[in-house]
Design a binder for this molecule. Structure first.
Ligand code: SF4
Length: 207
């Protein structure tokens, strides 16, 4: 379900003016998550109607370059593919944000060139993934997603949120070594807010 719509962003799709669709639901529980209302089912707000979103996009043809599909984690949404196809039919570029938990969905998207840009978060070096994702992560899925995106011809980037209490500079170097070739890797510094998923973990993790 669509949990939110940001009508304009100048920073979420590199070089483009875009709207952002936020989808509800995410299997991760990153302690630094800024969007718990999109992650924790008990905090979900009333969904935004699909018709309303498409009516808005229709009114922005020629004004917006693209649409970012974010979350939550978009790849767990069972209507993601049709959502992307319908947005593309309207003439918009589509950027997908993902945590890489569902390589099978990414495979379909990449094989069929359904999106124009993918940004994947790499949370941590693999040995620390469970701490930074807040759950027991199937690492093979993360590795497969990194490989699929790296080897695709679709414009992409990998990103890590640098939380000083959870990650070291060596960790960032290790993560960077996972993305090779022409891949773009960016580090964004964590900015504390008061609506995190798990602040206890954030400030007390033993490293
Ligand atoms: S930061 Fe983590 S918990 Fe929050 S939406 Fe992204 S992957 Fe899910």
């Amino acid at each position: 379900m669509i949990g939110g719509l940001q009508k304009t962003s100048l920073i979420d799709y590199p070089g483009k003016i875009a709207a952002i669709i936020f989808l509800q639901g995410c299997p991760f529980r990153c302690p630094f998550c800024h969007n718990p209302d999109l992650v924790l089912p008990e905090r979900f707000k009333k969904p935004v109607s699909m018709e309303g979103v498409f009516a808005f996009l229709d009114s922005r043809k020629g004004k917006l370059d693209g649409v970012v599909i974010s979350g939550g984690e978009p790849t767990i949404y069972n209507k993601l593919i049709s959502l992307i196809i319908n947005i593309k039919k309207m003439g918009f570029l589509v950027k997908l944000d993902t945590n890489g938990c569902c390589p099978d969905v990414l495979k379909i998207i990449l094989k069929n060139n359904l999106v124009d840009y993918i940004a994947m978060d790499i949370k941590a070096p693999f040995e620390k993934y469970n701490i930074l994702a807040g759950i027991s992560v199937h690492l093979e899925d993360i590795k497969e997603s990194i490989s699929l995106i790296s080897n695709s011809k679709i414009e992409h980037e990998f990103r890590t949120t640098y939380v000083e209490t959870l990650l070291t500079r060596k960790d960032l170097q290790d993560i960077e070594s996972y993305v090779t070739g022409a891949s773009c890797y960016t580090i964004q510094k964590y900015i504390p807010r008061d609506n995190m998923v798990n602040t206890d973990l954030l400030f007390s993790a033993a490293l």
